[in-house]
Write a protein that binds this ligand. Sequence first.
Ligand code: AGP
Length: 702
Amino acid sequence: MCGIFGYVNYLVEKNRGEILSTLLEGLKRLEYRGYDSSGLAIDGDKPNEVFIEKAVGKVKELEKLVNSQNLDTSKVFESHSAIAHTRWATHGAPSPLNAHPHRSDPTHEFVIVHNGIVTNFRELKALLMSKGFVFETETDTECIAKLCKYVYELNKHRNLDFSQLAKLVLVELQGAYGLLIKSVHYPGEVIATRKGSPLLIGVKTDKKLKMDFVDVEFPDITVEAVSTTDTLPNPSLLQVANNGLLNPLMGSDLRHSQSRAFMSEDGVPMPAEFFIASDASSVVEHTKKVLFLEDDDIAHIYDGELHIHRVRRQDGQSTTRSIQTLEMELNEIMKGNYDHFMQKEIFEQPESVINTMRGRIDFDTKTVTLGGLSAYIQTIRRSRRIIMVACGTSYHSCLATRTIIEELTEIPIVVELASDFLDRRSPVFRDDTCVFVSQSGETADSMLALQYCNERGALTVGIVNTVGSSISRQTHCGVHINAGPEIGVASTKAYTSQYIALVMMALALSDDSISKTARRHEIIDGLAKISSQIKTVLQLDDKIKQMVTSELVSQKSLLLLGRGYQFATALEGALKIKEISYMHSEGVLAGELKHGVLALVDEDLPIIVLATKDSLFPKVVSSVEQVIARKGNPILICNEGEHPVSRPADKSLRTLEVPATVDCLQGVLNVIPLQLMSYWLAVLNGHNVDYPRNLAKSVTVE
Ligand code: AGP
């Protein structure tokens, strides 16, 4: 979805060309999130001048536009602040006007880039229009830019600093935001703030920082602007204007404090660069030192320092934000020799599953240690039930592992799609454990479900790929799946790593059960071999490409049948196929075939059956026979040498043979041919594999 990138240099000389290319490269790194337009704002040639450039389409289009403007790229800025954005349309169609940055007025006094949705934008817009502001876009974001100018003018006599002004603006906003604000009134400065939308700040200095944390600064007297929600359910907007926006900010003159982390020994200001982004992938090539903002943090970057402010102090709140070192490597977010990120990520799975298990499974002693869960293992064991909550592929990883978690822990498991779970306001109790599975850790539906469970006192566990993400920070405990950055919108390596992380969770939870020892050892032995077995499955790539070319590429629809452990594989395969090849595909529980789906079967409909050996194999064989009896010609994913149907008449059956593993791990291997099939379907149909239409990598809106 939308992406934010900002760049501030202080006492580090950069010419405009360098600043522009930093911004454009930053935006390109965010492209995988999905977007439809982009834009940027930089300083102009004269004081108090800001240039805004916006274009529909890929960042390349913005780059072309910028290059066509004859900007003086040699102009040097010793200190400068710039903001940029990729937009995924929610309010208003993709157009240059609706693209960000948005401005307060034709002279660009305040410019804004925003991720998320301002839910009270209509009320704010009406208020601002009544004050003479003229709106030019259909977006919710524009009201923030105009609100900044309105509040600035109302408080001009107070000489507010940028963070004070931001506080007054932010108390009026409802909804979700990751936000950067730049203003001609505060040259070289940026405000970065978030609520429910991720934002991090990369810091680059020549000298080592004095501290690896930044103090949180609280006001001496709390800002008590009238909230449009808390006190007045239906406030008159004028009343808000008079009581809220006009309300004095504070009794004291807030001062510019000095940040301890950025204080230089000799008192001489330290040259510094700041890279602000919604995603670490656009920062890692510049610096690995990053600070993740928390909800309601207001970061104020000026004079080479980073300050974190909050509107009010709350009990138990941390008073510092640590500056962490990113473990991500640049090559992890590059395509290397692959044509697409998705292809690279499919082929990375032999390593990514090892990374998920690394340091956690001792294959000699057959023990599993999950550091992030250890303090909570007993509590989870005592829980009345485990509720697994996720969306899309992550939901499928829950379905795929539910049986083994239930078998090993003997705790009832419920698997929920986050949106439906919330729609039903499903009852949650203090003795429930709620497990949130998410690649990005930022999916809005999952986040809301997490907040819902936290409010009800349940123990919450995160199974997350993205370190520092909202879900990983707002759960009580959890496991990072360590699959490495996943850029392709279609999730592949995250699925297999989530799968293995959840199996490891089941193993850790059951290691006090003697009766389960043999089963646990069997699974751990299976996990020891899984990486090399994935390598074997990946060798099917050419065969799958040929199969897709010769018989699937021009089809309109495809069925995938599976049961037991393989039902989740069928659903996941169908999701992969539809999201990137745009072909209708459906994962069907094989046991349901005769209850309706069989009516679709004929000699033309492509059908893939997951027919690897487990306790349900005889039943799957019978489904295959039912399909063949209706002239169907299924493709079978089966174990090496274990064809489910061996009658001579069926010799023509096409198979994709995969190695055999323990029943509960077979889905890790079986999903890979389907990932490859979806990949080739998309490539051979000429679709954009990594950026499928209408989809975004990180779904941060409800
Ligand atoms: C997967 O291929 C999809 N792009 C999508 O279903 C995704 O899994 C879903 O949006 C959940 O995302 P998350 O794992 O980041 O929470």
